[in-house]
Each structure stands twice: as structure tokens, then as C-alpha cells.
Write a protein that binds this ligand. Structure first.
Ligand code: ADP
Ligand code: MG
Length: 178
């Protein structure tokens, strides 16, 4: 469940190749293997280029008590519209046996679109930018590692500025290379 907290706007990307930032998370099974599977599957897609990927971090879980998460962010370029990119990401989640049993519950692999070409968009399947991203150190720190000059499409500020308010959230870099 995602909470909407800004006015729904519909700002479309121009046609052509678009940059997207995708957050990876997981805390069931061999999560690093799930991350590698996701990266390989994105690389193998003929309409997606993986541009760069962040180190992997460990964070304390939100929601019900559960194991720590691993987190990372991938920057990609794609000719796919945002909703088709979401289809691809959800298919990759399913390949890792993702089950949706509990809100914010444990998961093998979670793939969220944090930003797609700076768009602001909302329908029943997709909210852009991701409405919780600005509150999550485990999203913004790896995003900052690979895109320090990124600007949040709603708040118009950098990840460094947003991170200043989040330094009390536990986050440890566990794999520089993966
Ligand atoms: P969460 O990531 O919030 O823990 P899920 O991964 O189960 O929860 O996703 C719930 C729904 O959120 C998905 O079915 C998807 O349609 C929707 N959703 C809305 N915006 C986004 C986004 N930016 N990225 C990924 N999923 C999104
Ligand atoms: Mg998700």
C-alpha cells in the first residue's frame, strides 16, 4: 500500500529513451542473488539499458518486526513507458517468488520505481515519484551514490539535502561490488 501525499499531477515524459531510478529491497532468502537476478534480467531486456548500480546496504525493516533488509538502487535508460517498465519489474519480482501476504511484510525482492524521467504521475497502479522515497535513507543514500545531482521532482532538491533529516535511520554499506 502506498500513501499519496501530494496533489496528483500528470506530467508526461517526452518520447524516446528515458532515465529511471529503481530501488531494490528484500529480506527473505538469498537477497543478493535476487538483486543479481534483477540486474541481469534488466540487462537482458532489449528496451532497457542498465547505466549504473549502487553498492548494497543493510537497513532496519519498516513495518512489522522482521529481518533487516538489503537495499540498492539501479539507474537505467529505457524506451518503455513507465507502466510497461512497472510490468517488467513486477515480472522479475515474481521470478523471485515474491508473495504479497502482509503490508510492508517480508519479501524476497521488491522493485520500486523511484523516478521516471522526472515525471509526476498517479493512477491506481503507479505513483511517480515514489511517494515514500524522500523519507527513506535506504533509498536516498544508494540513489545519491549513483546520481548525486538528481533532483526530487516534487521537492526540487538533491538527495543530500533530503538525507540530512534521515541520518537517524540505520544504514550500513555491506557490498561495494556485487
Ligand atoms: P511496497 O513496495 O509499497 O511495499 P508492493 O511492492 O507490494 O508494496 O507494491 C504495491 C503496489 O504499489 C504495486 O502493485 C504497484 O502497482 C504499486 N506502485 C505504485 N507506485 C509504484 C512505484 N513507483 N513503484 C512500484 N510500485 C508502485
Ligand atoms: Mg514495491
Amino acid at each position: 500500500m502506498l500513501l499519496v501525499h501530494w496533489l496528483p499531477l500528470m506530467v508526461s515524459a517526452s518520447p524516446g529513451k528515458q532515465q529511471a531510478l529503481v530501488a531494490l529491497g528484500g529480506n527473505i532468502g538469498d537477497v543478493l542473488a535476487h538483486f543479481r537476478h534483477a540486474r541481469d534480467a534488466l540487462r537482458a531486456h532489449d528496451r532497457i539499458d542498465v547505466v549504473r548500480f549502487s553498492p548494497v546496504y543493510r537497513s532496519t525493516a519498516l513495518g512489522p518486526p522482521q529481518d533487516d533488509y538489503l537495499n540498492a538502487v539501479i539507474m537505467l535508460q529505457t524506451y518503455l513507458p513507465a507502466l510497461e517498465l512497472l510490468d517488467v519489474l513486477q515480472a522479475i519480482e515474481q521470478q523471485c517468488q515474491r508473495r504479497r501476504l502482509q503490508h510492508w511484510g517480508p519479501r524476497t525482492l521488491d522493485l520500486d520505481i523511484i523516478d521516471y524521467a522526472g515525471c509526476q504521475y498517479q493512477d491506481e497502479r503507479l505513483i511517480l515519484p515514489h511517494p515514500q522515497a524522500h523519507r527513506r535513507r535506504f533509498v536516498l543514500q544508494p540513489l545519491r551514490d549513483i546520481a548525486p545531482s538528481w533532483q526530487h521532482p516534487v521537492f526540487a532538491c538533491s538527495p543530500d539535502v533530503l538525507l540530512q533529516a534521515l541520518l537517524d535511520q540505520m544504514l550500513i554499506c555491506v557490498h561495494d561490488c556485487w
